[in-house]
Design a protein around this ligand. Structure first.
Ligand code: NI
Length: 261
């Protein structure tokens, strides 16, 4: 079976000692392709370097909503320059995070930077990976009004079933991570159950959010298989089937070259 970890952060210092082993373990678990996302300019630069070094890695470049303070047109130009690399398959992760940002001005800035990067994705003809934490209403509103013609995913989806349905209606994907395997996974199982199979992506968000049975430990791309297993259990499907459609979805959204399953 062949899986794609469609979202992680291998530039995190938690991988500085054993990245080669981490990628090797992923491959041995069937996770032959990994999409690594940047959150700052420096981080985006590093994701490009890693993607050049490892054939298994692809990357997205972008400015995370918690890192928007110094964003200007020069930032956009630098991201565009990085995105010329053929291993860059997306703009991300970008979006809104209201968990840490409580001020109205701070949230306005996040929206402005989010919209500027949606425009960049449109210019570069790239899909988008969106971070939405406690900002579901504004995120949906911006996708409806500012993301015309764009394709993308709400990564680590944490909204309601109603929001998920709106996202699917727009033709956007929902990304499912480790929290699906947690005892307190709340509404996620219902969302996974209701999802059209062509709208689901699997991801780890490593090094964060390790799925059961590794909850609380450092997460890594190999563990995306635990997320796929939980999806299979909830939807009453075989793991093979989940592998087939989630991999096809990843290839479709990110224009990855097809690989034999
Ligand atoms: Ni992330």
């Amino acid at each position: 079976m062949n899986f794609v970890d469609t979202h992680c952060h291998l530039t995190d210092e938690q991988f500085s000692e054993d990245l080669i082993e981490v990628i090797e373990r992923a491959k041995n678990s069937g996770v032959g392709r990994i999409i690594n996302f940047g959150g700052t300019l420096k981080d985006s630069q590093e994701t490009v370097e890693l993607a050049e070094k490892f054939s298994e890695l692809y990357a997205g470049v972008g400015i995370h909503p918690e890192e928007v303070q110094d964003f200007d047109s020069e930032t956009c130009d630098k991201l565009a320059e990085l995105a010329k690399n053929p291993k860059i398959v997306a703009i991300g992760e970008i979006g809104l995070d209201y968990h840490w940002e409580k001020s109205a001005e701070g949230r306005e800035l996040q929206k402005k930077v989010f919209i500027a990067q949606l425009d960049l994705a449109r210019q570069l003809n790239l899909p988008v990976c969106v971070h939405d934490r406690e900002a579901h209403g504004d995120t949906l509103q911006i996708l409806k009004t500012e993301a015309k013609g764009l394709r993308g995913v709400l990564h680590c989806f944490s909204g309601s079933l109603e929001i998920a349905k709106e996202i699917w209606k727009l033709g956007w994907f929902t990304g499912v991570d480790g929290p699906l395997t947690f005892k307190n996974s709340a509404k996620l199982p219902d969302i996974v159950k209701a999802a059209p199979s062509e709208m689901l992506l699997i991801e780890t968000d490593a090094p964060y959010l390790a799925p059961v049975p590794n909850r609380g430990k450092r997460n890594e791309p190999a563990f995306v298989v635990n997320v796929a297993e939980k999806i299979a259990e909830i939807r009453g499907e075989t793991l093979e089937k989940v592998s087939e459609y989630t991999t096809a979805n990843a290839e479709n959204l990110y224009s990855l070259e097809r690989k034999e399953i």
